[in-house]
Design a protein around this ligand. Structure first.
Ligand SMILES: [Mg+2]
Length: 230
């Protein structure tokens, strides 16, 4: 195949969002003395966070809420699920999370190994729905920055994945046509259906083998399998 340029999603594809978020949340649980004040455990706190966060991001992708809503409402919703009134939620919690989490360094298994291999052969960019400042912090604190010539965020492109506009924006940035590129990502809608609608081949990364039915050009459950394809 004649790919020249690779597009990578960031969260849950290269940057281990789940592990980094859990570590941050457990640090906050300790630093804010949650166990002195409330009945729930650190695991219940992280589980509640992931549930709430998943739904908020889904609504954000659909355009029904904005970034500010996520930032303001996320922790009150998490704590409400755990029986804590909004007025009791520490106001600095949301800001502390946003400061700390992007600085966590954990990557998905074999990320640096595969990027070392691929950077000899391709130019590589990130296409992400995250916020520019936060995504830049993640890239630099985890050592990913040097691998990527371009980082396209939805904030810069003006639309979120799966909208074709963000993919077309990325194609313009790297001066490539869709047929010269492939998109690698973990989200069946944002990454896979989105890239397809922009005429870009897709490699679906499904580490937990959750979605057998997803229609993509290729699929892998470990990043090392990219060596067989690229
Ligand atoms: Mg992702």
């Amino acid at each position: 195949m004649a790919y020249q340029h690779l597009f990578f999603d960031l969260d849950h594809t290269l940057w281990d969002h789940h592990r980094n978020a859990n570590e941050t949340l457990k640090d906050l649980f300790v630093d804010y003395d949650f166990d002195q004040n409330w009945e729930f455990t650190a695991d219940q706190f992280t589980d509640s966070f992931h549930q709430v966060n998943f739904h908020l991001w889904d609504r954000y992708r659909q355009g029904s809420i904005d970034q500010d809503f996520i930032r303001k409402e996320r922790f009150p919703k998490v704590m409400a699920q755990l029986g804590v009134a909004k007025s009791e939620v520490p106001v600095s919690l949301a800001e502390e999370y946003l400061q700390r989490c992007p600085r966590k360094p954990h990557l998905m298994p074999f990320t640096l190994e595969i990027l070392d291999y691929l950077q000899e052969r391709y130019s590589m960019s990130i296409i992400t729905n995250g916020f520019s400042e936060i995504q830049e912090t993640k890239l630099s604190c985890s050592g990913l920055s040097p691998y990527f010539s371009t980082v396209v965020t939805s904030e810069v492109a003006g639309r979120l994945k799966p909208h074709p506009q963000i993919f077309n924006f990325a194609l313009n940035m790297v001066r490539a046509s869709g047929s010269e590129c492939v998109m690698i990502g973990d989200n069946p809608v944002a990454d896979i259906a989105g890239a397809r609608s922009a005429g870009i081949d897709q490699i679906y990364y499904d580490p937990a083998n959750l979605n057998e039915a997803v229609d993509s050009t290729y699929r892998v459950d470990c990043l090392t399998q990219l060596k067989d394809l690229l």
